[in-house]
Design a protein. Structure first.
Length: 365
């Protein structure tokens, strides 16, 4: 069985690799047509260019991977049927599931890789690629976060940041923090030329602190010696650099954890905006499962290409593929406007097409 597993796995991985290279190359070529002249003018190092295109393609990988798995599955099963290998395997007493298990294992591994790309690679590299393109492919001109405004609703605290020194926003310059009483009257104003996030808390350099009473009149500091320190910690500031980074990042580059964090730090967000964010949390969490769902119904479609008609199997697989994403888009639109519950809208396409794929798979065996 190990020999069979390795053989089927190898036969499947070869077309899968070619499909991955082909689809990624298409995305790269389309981007290269519009950016080639600017890349030549900027003359960035080759490694930086490769990193840029990897970051550019990464957000689309959750769609590229299922498409590649479908095409590779169709070709592999067609090849096995075309050369009567599937018949020989079954005649030898090998079960259908044992034959296709390498394909399902590869799909599961691809799903894990898609989840890693969405959670770890896209938030960092796709955001950098967008900034690098905006800087006309000049690394030295990649803009830092400037004029960042962040409001912490739980503590009624608003930050105004002139500029972030580094990408992870642990060092800020030209910082102004305004705290309000629950009734909206100003409680305290803090200005500092520099703020650093060290040992899990914010430290402000040479802060200037103004205190106000509940009526809004300026009041003397209750701790004047403490306020006069050159470097002052603020353990009450529960905002993290990650919160500032999310404020400055394109929402399409959020990970699932980023979206959950954003919901927690913005409890006042309601209506369509909150529904959209909650839907995206569940949708992005379930997105890697598309690799398994599509592979599951591509297996019987691939067998049909070898036994009956090539066009029948291909049309069946393509129809299921586009129907899956069509239903996903439809559920997303209904969830965004509040016509369909958010969580069922995210689960419905995966559950429905998983059931259809399992039924087709069971019939084929």
């Amino acid at each position: 069985m190990r020999i069979l597993f390795r053989y089927v796995f190898r036969e499947f991985c070869v077309p899968l690799f070619y499909c991955m290279v082909g689809f990624c190359s298409i995305y790269v070529l389309f981007e290269l047509f519009g950016s080639f002249s600017r890349i030549l003018d900027a003359k960035p190092p080759l490694g930086v260019v490769v990193a840029y295109f990897a970051g550019y393609v990464a957000p689309y990988f959750m769609y590229i991977a299922p498409a590649c798995l479908m095409l590779a599955t169709l070709y592999t099963m067609w090849s096995f049927c075309r050369h009567s290998e599937l018949i020989a395997m079954r005649a030898s007493g090998i079960g259908f599931f044992a034959i296709v298990r390498p394909l399902l294992v590869a799909a599961a591994l691809m799903a894990c890789f898609v989840a890693w790309v969405d959670e770890s690679y896209v938030p960092r590299k796709a955001s950098w690629a967008s900034a690098f393109r905006a800087a006309r492919f000049k690394s030295e001109d990649v803009a830092s976060a400037v004029n960042v405004v962040y409001h912490h609703a739980e503590s009624e605290r608003t930050w105004h940041v002139g500029k972030a020194v580094n990408a992870d926003m642990t060092e800020l310059v030209d910082v102004s923090v305004a705290e309000d009483y629950p009734n909206g009257v100003r409680k305290r104003t803090i200005k500092a030329p520099k703020a650093e996030f060290l040992d899990g808390q914010w430290w402000l350099h040479r802060p200037t602190i103004l205190h106000f009473d509940p009526q809004g009149a300026e009041a003397p500091s209750p701790t004047p010696k403490h306020d006069a320190m050159e470097l002052l910690p603020f353990p009450s500031f529960t905002e993290s650099p990650r919160d500032f980074a999310l404020q400055n990042r394109d929402e399409t580059h959020y990970s699932v954890l980023d979206r959950i964090r954003f919901l927690k730090t913005h409890p006042a967000m309601t209506g369509d905006a909150r529904r959209r964010m909650v839907y995206n949390v569940w949708s992005q969490t379930l997105a890697p499962l598309a690799c398994l769902v599509i592979t599951l119904f591509a297996i019987p479609a691939g067998i049909a290409t070898g036994r009956q008609s090539v066009f029948k199997g291909i049309l069946c697989a393509l129809g299921m593929f586009f129907a899956f994403y069509g239903v996903s888009i439809g559920c997303m639109s209904l969830a965004y406007v509040g016509w369909f519950p958010v969580v069922p809208a995210a689960f419905l396409p995966h559950v429905a097409f998983l059931a259809v794929g399992a039924w087709m798979f069971w019939r084929q065996r």
